[in-house]
Write a protein that binds this ligand. Structure first.
Ligand code: GLN
Length: 229
């Protein structure tokens, strides 16, 4: 499965979020510490963020993150208060190109899916950015409305019991994450909150979010809800 992360807080440059942490996304692309399925996340990667006007900007690539020298060159001067990034290990049969790399967007929301889902469990759509399962899932969530995320995932899980439905989203104002087959961790600092598939360093402040939970992050704090309670 893939690895993803989100940031909400004071503007932070993309290098410090994606490239620099010792066990961060770039390292997780080839040496994740907690990944349960798959060991290499080399089938592309992407980052989405909001500019000062609130416009969604993305940099995505079909190459491994560690090999994206142009991104590494500009990342220190790209900063945002809300960021979503992912490294990809493609599910068998899915296309490997830039349009299949998360995050997906509807122009307001950014969404990353870590897992797999049968496309037969999702309605057909012409709005997906790719035929990749995660892009079709994203188009479905955007069409139904992100506030319905949990009920959308419950419905899909009933139709496809073999699905893994870990989702991380932001609209620039909040982060919404669901663990469904995997886990998340978050780190609260004075500057903001990071949510990630696994801690990017050994800071003891990282808090684990177990499987089947919802995490919501706003400017006023973090809420974690057990979806099985
Ligand atoms: N199914 C998605 C893809 O093929 C995500 C894969 C994953 O989480 N490893 O890109």
């Amino acid at each position: 499965m893939c690895r993803h992360l989100a940031w909400l807080g004071t503007p932070r440059d993309l290098a410090s979020l994606v490239l620099d942490p010792p066990a961060g996304l770039q390292t997780q692309a080839y040496a994740p510490r907690r990944q349960k399925r798959g060991l290499l996340n080399a089938d592309g990667w992407g980052v989405g963020f909001y500019d000062a006007d609130g416009t969604v900007r993305r940099w995505r690539s079909a190459r491994p993150l560690w090999n994206d020298a142009s991104f590494a060159s500009v990342a220190p001067v790209l900063a945002s208060h809300a960021v979503l990034a992912a490294v990809r290990s493609a599910t068998v049969g899915m296309p490997i190109d830039e349009t299949a790399a998360a995050p997906f967007t509807d122009g307001r929301w950014l969404l990353s899916h870590n897992g797999k889902v049968s496309r037969a469990a999702l309605p057909a759509t012409l709005d997906a950015e790719s035929v990749c399962d995660s892009a079709v899932l994203a188009a479905h969530v955007f069409a139904q409305g992100p506030p319905a995320l949990v009920s959308i995932l419950r419905d899909i899980a009933q139709k496809d019991s073999g699905s893994f439905l870990n989702v991380l989203m932001t609209d620039g104002e909040k982060i919404v994450g669901v663990t469904w087959g995997d886990e998340l961790s978050y780190l609260e600092t004075d500057a903001g909150v990071a949510v990630a598939s696994e801690p990017w360093d050994d800071d003891p402040g990282w808090v684990d979010v177990p499987d089947h939970h919802l995490i919501e992050v706003t400017r006023s704090g973090v809420t974690v809800t057990d979806l099985e309670a």
